[in-house]
Design a protein around this ligand. Structure first.
Ligand SMILES: Nc1nc2c(ncn2[C@@H]2O[C@H](COP(=O)(O)OP(=O)(O)OP(=O)(O)O)[C@@H](O)[C@H]2O)c(=O)[nH]1
Ligand SMILES: [Mg+2]
Length: 260
């Protein structure tokens, strides 16, 4: 009989959500199944849905499915992510993914493997290295991500193909980055700051689905897409200028200030 060591690594899955009642229940169940099947993480893995002022049944659906629901009234994708990271209980690893069921929880082991092996500090699922269902990524999203990737390479010397939402990082490392982008600049800022701090950033191919229902807040809306594009470019510039890790006063700001 072979003895498998009991996994010691604790983790929380942080899912920022705004009006995702159509998908969140199924997603939470998928995440739980994926975590159990992986056998890589210590029980119990916290599935933390950060509800950012949803006006639908998101919070109820998430709680019914067994998630820990955190309410964050200050708006913003990055704000919701950070609130989820800061919330207790303390864990070793943070897993981030979107609430619309576009990411595939079953692919979690692909992201965790390089992190747990110490080969990477930030592992990001790349939809462009992997695959995406027709219509799940719009041409402007693909273009925008490619442009952002070129900037990241030029400014920070880090090579990525995509700026995907499905990612894993040790919580302590993530907090030490001093993240300050509280909207859609969050995703790219994390890569920029990790690279600037000399951390190893690694991509793995993932497959991406169309959102399982509900309404797109970004890509399906021209105004929101332009605004997100602006925030993303701003994040690249700001992260270059800022010191790292952040000084204490900015850390305080990060915890308490209204959404930027
Ligand atoms: N907490 C929080 N979550 C948000 C906010 N806006 C969007 N989200 C969530 O962030 C994730 C990404 O938003 P989406 O609307 O899926 O954006 P997208 O993936 O570009 O668009 P689609 O391709 O239509 O899915 C989803 O889980 C949303 O519920 C926000 O202001 N606050
Ligand atoms: Mg989406």
């Amino acid at each position: 009989m072979t003895m498998n060591a009991t996994p010691q690594v604790t983790a929380a899955v942080v899912i920022p959500c705004l009006n995702e009642e159509a998908s969140i229940g199924d997603l939470v169940r998928e995440v739980r199944e994926a975590v159990e099947n992986s056998g890589l993480l210590a029980d119990p893995v916290v599935i933390r849905v950060v509800d950012n002022g949803s006006t639908d049944e998101t919070a109820n659906r998430a709680a019914e499915a067994g998630a820990q629901v955190i309410r964050e009234t200050r708006r913003g994708y990055g704000r919701a992510c950070l609130t989820g990271v800061l919330a207790g209980p303390d864990v070793d690893v943070i897993i981030l993914m979107d609430g619309d069921r576009s990411d595939q929880p079953a692919e979690l082991p692909l992201l965790l493997a390089p992190l747990l092996a110490g080969e990477a500090d930030l592992v990001i699922g790349s939809r462009l290295l992997g695959s995406y269902e027709p219509g799940s990524l719009l041409p402007q999203q693909i273009f925008g991500n490619r442009v952002a990737a070129v900037f990241l390479r030029i400014v920070y010397g880090v090579r990525v193909t995509d700026i995907g939402p499905f990612r894993v990082m040790r919580r302590e490392r993530l907090l030490a980055l001093g993240m300050r982008e509280m909207t859609y600049g969050w995703s790219i800022e994390m890569i920029a700051r990790a690279a600037k701090g000399g951390l190893k950033v690694r991509e793995v191919p993932v497959s991406y689905r169309k959102r399982a229902g509900g309404v797109s807040k970004v890509s399906g809306n021209l105004r929101a897409s332009l605004k997100a594009g602006y925030r993303i470019l701003l994040a690249i510039v700001r992260a270059r200028r800022d010191s790292l890790p952040l000084p204490d006063d900015l850390r305080e700001w990060q915890r308490g200030a209204p959404n930027a």
